[in-house]
Design a protein. Structure first.
Lengths: 480, 190
């Protein structure tokens, strides 16, 4: 490896080093606050190391990794979400019964796994990245091990994730058998001259889609989503909703672009049916839920369906739409779960919809932030979510996919109902005299609220003036 | 020339017969693993299944992987398994419970479904052009060179994977001491 390779890999190296460093700090018996602050610093360091990426894109580190602009963009999103989750974790875990220190080590490792996914161009790095992410998540989901919900969610995730990994590996083996390579570009080259997909390859890719679909929680591989979202600690839930899905979407997009999978109709049919099923089932299942975490879980299924709609045309615009929607979705979902984290108490999380009753009269600022996030998820104009959805619609209509665009619109309309239900709950009733609560960690509470307010500003800013982000997304586009 | 070809075909045929016998053993023992009521019997079948898998690896020209399979899975992990199972002393009650759970009424539906899926899969695989693979032996030196040559980053990533597993297990596994009486409570180190 040359010096340039090290510079290109610096975010990954920093994340790896950070996890080891934090483990050493734990061995020194530092307090939770010190460990949290140092991991925050290390996250910021990793984030800023992205700005020193050599701009000679793409930089291949044979045979496993490639660092191009798209990878840098996705890594930026992933590390940024890791950073926000890290900030929010302090107040959540400080009040809980478990020693929260190993949590930060696992957070770094999961972020590393997702970043490896974003940069991988080989099945081996894909699988290793996915497994680092998943194995870290098993422990993170079951972190508060004294609580039954957590352990149950952890076990469910463990069993299903292991099963889906087996499918993924079997699919990879079949593709390897057909093409004789595990590197995306060589697979693409061996398919180049073929008019249609060989059946063995199609079987393999179908099995890989089972594994990938599980991680993305798209229908019909969505069974775990609601239980795991509900059972996991709230910061971990926001981590699952953003980081683990962003990394997988990135590698899926890269794989499809490199092998030029968009010209094979059976593949597109598979993706389209998954997307349509996710949009419909996700939105319908969310309608009857009483638990905000479960509502967001089912809505995340629908959102991943929207992302697949953006991916299906395979045009330049669809890559931009995926990047834009990912950025908007990350910011929005982090804000929504951030509010839930702040409102959680020592005993239970703020997940029942009744606990949001009259929130506006008690905490006007938090209620406004939460409303903005929910409106952005619903895709109301003047929010980032609206522009993202608009972008997706434009991309799919430009390529003539009327059917899925129509389903997307229907799905959004259904989705509006349950988002507005939460919002109306927040504004209903009278709070009476707002009583002064004694916050146990005023400084961290303030920092978290400031971070969430900034994220809300981003949501509205990208909704009103999307051109900045669009330029950014175009600059960091995946080269076809 | 002709004789040489004939011997080659005979060789291939022999390898094929070996492969099918081994594959049969693997499948049969694996089926026995999941149908036994007694866990110790199931584990013994699992050992056989792993052994026959390693024979398949050997036939495919990967003696190093075959040995690893025996040393790691059949050797270390299975022995641990059997010890733990024997220590747990699972006896007749578990067997009866398992028997009660495994009624044909329960498993016949999934079995039919998965048989259909399997038939589809086999059909798809046989439909394809038979893949031509060249048999070439992958010994330990070749494995080492590729691991610490081009796939060095993969090895490092595997190390981080293990670290995630170890840290996670250490957290989930650690237990606070349960205090039975307040007089027995030790002073908390502050």
């Amino acid at each position: 490896m040359s010096g340039n390779d090290f510079i290109a890999l610096s975010p990954l190296l920093l994340l790896t080093g950070s996890s080891v460093l934090i483990m050493l700090l734990i061995a020194l018996k530092l307090s939770h606050r010190n460990i949290q602050l140092s991991s925050l610093l290390l996250f910021i360091l990793a984030f800023f190391s992205l700005f020193y990426e050599p701009d000679v894109s793409p930089h291949h580190i044979e045979p496993l990794l490639v660092v191009d602009r798209f990878a840098v963009f996705i890594m930026g999103l992933i590390i940024f979400s890791g950073l926000v989750v890290n900030i929010l974790s302090y107040i959540y875990f400080e009040e809980k019964e478990e020693g929260p220190k190993e949590y930060y080590v696992l957070l770094f490792l999961c972020t590393l796994g997702a970043c490896v996914l974003a940069t991988s161009k080989h099945f081996i790095s894909l699988f290793l990245g996915l497994e680092i992410l998943t194995v870290g998540l098993y422990a993170l989901i079951a972190y508060l091990k004294a609580r039954h919900h957590n352990i149950e969610a952890g076990i469910k995730y463990l069993v299903l994730a292991a099963f889906s990994s087996a499918f993924l590996l079997f699919g990879m083996a079949l593709i390897y058998l057909q093409t004789g390579s595990m590197e995306f570009s060589i697979i693409g080259r061996s398919l180049h001259s073929l008019p249609s997909l060989p059946p063995l390859f199609l079987t393999g890719l179908g099995m890989m889609l089972v594994g990938v679909g599980f991680k993305l929680a798209v229908v019909p591989f969505h069974m775990w989503t609601a239980d795991v979202y509900q059972g996991a600690p709230t910061p971990v839930t926001s981590f699952i909703a953003t980081v683990s899905k962003g990394g997988v979407i990135a590698v899926l997009l890269r794989f499809f672009i490199v092998i030029d999978g968009f010209r094979f109709s059976p593949l597109m049919l598979m993706l389209m049916s998954i997307a349509i099923a996710s949009m419909i089932v996700g939105n319908l299942l969310a309608l009857q839920q009483k638990n905000v975490k479960r509502i967001l879980a089912y809505s995340s299924i629908a959102h991943l369906g929207y992302l697949l709609v953006a991916l299906i045309p395979g045009s330049v615009m669809s890559i931009q739409a995926v990047s834009f929607y990912l950025a908007a979705y990350f910011i929005t979902i982090l804000t929504a779960f951030g509010i839930m984290t702040i409102l959680s108490t020592k005993e239970n999380d703020a997940e029942d919809i009744e606990s949001y009753k009259a929130l506006f009269w008690k905490h006007p600022l938090l209620a406004c932030i939460f409303s903005a996030a929910l409106l952005s998820l619903a895709g109301i104009p003047l929010t980032a979510g609206f522009v993202g959805k608009f972008f997706i619609l434009a991309a799919s209509l430009q390529a003539g996919f009327w059917m899925i665009a129509f389903v997307l619109v229907i799905g959004s309309v259904i989705g509006l109902y349950y988002y507005l239900r939460i919002i109306s709950k927040m504004f209903s009733g009278r709070g009476g005299v707002p009583r002064k609560e004694q916050r146990s960690h005023p400084v961290f509470y303030l920092v978290s609220v400031i971070v969430l307010s900034l994220l809300t500003l981003f949501i509205i800013w990208f909704g009103v003036y999307p051109s900045g982000l669009i330029y950014f997304v175009d600059y960091f586009r995946l080269n076809m | 020339m002709k004789i040489h070809q004939l011997t080659y075909i005979a060789y291939c045929l022999k390898m094929d017969i070996f492969f099918y016998i081994t594959a049969f053993v693997t499948l049969f023992s694996t089926i026995m693993v999941i149908t036994r009521h007694n866990p110790v019997h199931a584990l013994l079948y699992l050992v056989i299944s792993l052994l026959s898998l390693s024979v398949i690896f050997f036939l495919l020209g990967a003696p190093f992987v075959a040995l690893l399979e025996i040393i790691i899975y059949a050797g270390a992990i299975m022995v641990l398994f059997i010890f733990v199972i024997m220590l747990l002393n699972l006896g007749k009650e578990t067997a009866a419970q398992e028997k009660a759970w495994l009624k044909p009424k329960i498993w016949i539906g999934p079995v039919i479904l998965s048989t259909i899926l399997l038939a589809e899969l086999v059909y798809l695989i046989t439909m394809a052009q038979p893949p031509s693979y060249t048999l070439q032996t992958v010994d330990s030196k070749a494995v080492a060179i590729s691991l610490f040559g081009p796939y060095l980053i993969g090895v490092e990533l595997a190390a981080m994977l293990l670290m995630a597993g170890v840290v996670g297990t250490a957290h989930i596994g650690q237990q606070k001491k349960t205090v039975l009486h307040r007089f027995l409570k030790e002073e908390e180190p502050s």
